[in-house]
Design a protein around this ligand. Sequence first.
Ligand code: MN
Length: 308
Amino acid sequence: MSQKVIVTTKEQIQKMKKYYLSQLTSPPQGAIFRAKTNNAVITAYQSGKVLFQGSAPESEASKWGNVPLNDKKKHSLEQKHSYSPQAELFTDNHIGSDEAGTGDYFGPITVAALFATKEQQLKLKQIGVRDSKHLNDTKIKQIAKEIAHLQIPYSLLLLPNEKYNKLQAKGWSQGKMKAMLHHHAIDKLLQKIDVRSLKGIVIDQFCQPPVYKKYLQSEKKTLHPNTTFITKAESHSISVAAASILARARFVNAMDELSEEAKIELPKGASAKVDKTAARLIRSKGFEELDKYAKTHFANTQKAQKLL
Ligand code: MN
């Protein structure tokens, strides 16, 4: 007897119960219903778990699939912690920070932090600042230029590949590098602004806040007051969305510069195309030169070597 488990919503479980109405049997304790078909015995629990057991549980379960949890439920499951921002902060004067280049084999990591007042947030919206995942690189570069013209205070940091590789060899995780970059970017920005008008800081969350704090502590730094974390922060905060655009634009420009220097168009991401380009780069410049262009601990290095 094999089995299959799916997780779904209460609404979906009620639909399933209706569907199996003529095949219901008495449910075990804690179950919403149990039904018996030719393929499987189906048991749905209060937790949202539905268990399919029998001769062909897969085929019965495939009728229902894994129903995605709605956003509210996701929010409560994944994001809530004691460092979550209050919703009011997103429309008040706040700093947002975000990074780019972390998943890309070639090119640096960049981090930007930006402080926007309520009024400046309106201006940022007007020039088209929004979640950068919906914007292409050309548009991102253009908006980044416009942000620079608005005289909104920000700081932008770039961690060159050679430095990245050194830190990595020293035992730093990428998470720690990101945490330190965010911290320094915010530090620099705090020196440029009147902190009395600042209501809080929003960091696009890439690790659990206690882990972030641990990274800072390992370098004898402490979290700035009123720092909050939320995943997909760029969809909640205009300051983060603007920081995200600045970081991405800086990354894209750095990729252009590195491509020019290497005389090879360096692709973004970490795909098979990246492996091929890395192999070309090793052939033309030598293995040692990768240090300047790539995050060499990525698996792409080994894959490129196999292509030589
Ligand atoms: Mn991010």
